[in-house]
Design a protein around this ligand. Structure first.
Ligand SMILES: Nc1ncnc2c1ncn2[C@@H]1O[C@H](COP(=O)(O)OP(=O)(O)OP(=O)(O)O)[C@@H](O)[C@H]1O
Ligand SMILES: [Mg+2]
Length: 355
């Protein structure tokens, strides 16, 4: 059999999923870059070895290989766990294809399930936040127009009331109209002014939000800073990003009932996809608290407007923060368990977008 040309597989390095090619003995012929990243090893280090031997629990791959030789199935899809010695198990979706008349014995394609679930969730958040925001802004516009009329009519009515006793009713109309006006103004707020484009350091944002929180909670909130000082500057509207991060930090302080620690942690992220756009570089700002965690029943809907788990909350803080960050091409995501809630603001960095 003629030797297999490795150069001919180079284009597989452009694929997003992990691809491993095995020869007719089950030995690794080639792994693309995504596979090297997923399994944390180099193609060269595994070349010529039976692929399944690199895993403590590789037996399903071995069966798949020999089944392929016997049955010549077209393709098989399944989920499995693969563990490299001394590493955490990896849960993957695997597709195995037996290529007809090729020099190869088996083509394996892997996708890390955790990663896929995360990407699906991020895309869902991204799409639904945009749609909801649009819907609410339209609704807010419709509510805003008649509100002024209702309030004005109640004021006029109050002047001609035959008895002061009825003023109680007109006052209810006026104060409820005012409350609604405030709500509507908050819904319409983020796009009230055009965003300013400036260069700023993300740590400026953390420091400003930190001092505002300290003013609001002078005693119980302890601030912790875990900064990556080498982070490049972000391009965007500084005030808007401060507003978004302040909403997160305020939620954290409120969830901890004013007693606990808020950590601002910044890190660089490489090769990330946000709302289906791939960026070479992004920065992650984590706002972490040690409060009780996001209530389970709110987790799926937390970024929707008007969803609140707090008495007196209006449920606008997170949807507003999400839409401000999305206007910057970024996304807010969270992980939460009792004792540790981590809201992550991911913002793309200039020059980091792949064309
Ligand atoms: N760090 C957190 N820990 C626990 N729960 C949280 C946290 N952040 C948000 N939540 C939950 O998510 C809900 C929605 O938050 P959001 O900021 O959108 O609205 P709100 O805080 O209730 O009201 P508003 O921000 O408009 O005053 C909160 O009511 C709270 O139940
Ligand atoms: Mg809030």
């Amino acid at each position: 059999m003629k030797p297999i040309e490795h150069a001919s597989f180079a284009s597989l390095n452009l694929a997003a999923s992990a691809i491993v090619l095995l020869d007719h003995a089950g030995n690794v012929v080639f792994m693309n870059l995504a596979a090297e990243q997923l399994f944390e090893c180099t193609s060269r280090s595994l070349q010529g070895q039976a692929f399944w031997r690199s895993f403590v629990d590789g037996a399903p791959i071995e069966h798949l290989f020999w089944d392929g030789k016997r049955l010549m199935y077209g393709a098989k899809r399944f989920e499995l766990s693969l563990t490299r010695p001394g590493r955490e198990p990896l849960y993957c979706a695997c597709t195995a294809v037996v290529p007809e008349g090729a020099d190869l014995g088996l083509v394996l394609e892997f996708q890390a399930l955790e990663q896929r679930r995360r990407v699906d969730r991020e895309n869902r958040i991204y799409d639904s936040a945009k749609a909801n925001h649009e819907l609410l802004r339209n609704l807010a516009h419709e509510v805003k127009n008649p509100l002024g009329g209702i309030r004005g009519a109640a004021q006029l009515l109050e002047i001609d009331l035959p008895s002061a006793h009825f003023r109680e009713y007109t006052q209810v109309i006026i104060s409820e109209a005012d409350r609604l006006q405030k709500l509507v103004d908050r819904l319409l707020a983020p796009q009230k002014h055009l965003p300013k484009i400036e260069l700023f350091n993300i740590h400026q944002v953390c420091d400003r939000v930190g001092s505002l929180i300290t003013v609001e909670y002078p005693k119980g909130i302890n601030l912790c800073r875990d900064y990556d000082a080498s982070l490049p500057e972000v391009e965007g509207d500084l005030e808007q990003i401060i507003q978004a991060v302040l909403n997160l930090a305020r939620n954290a302080a409120q969830a901890m009932l004013g007693q606990g620690t808020i950590t601002f942690k910044t890190r660089i992220a490489r090769q990330v996809t946000i709302g289906r756009v791939r960026h070479r570089l992004a920065l992650d700002l984590h706002v972490i608290d040690n409060g009780p965690g996001v209530p389970l029943d709110l987790r799926e809907s937390i970024f929707y407007p008007l969803v609140t788990g707090r008495a007196g909350g209006s449920g606008l803080g997170l949807s507003m923060a999400q839409s401000l960050v999305q206007q910057h091409g970024g996304i807010i995501e969270f992980d939460s368990k009792p004792g540790e809630t981590d809201f992550k603001v991911r913002l793309p960095l200039i020059g980091g977008k792949k064309r």
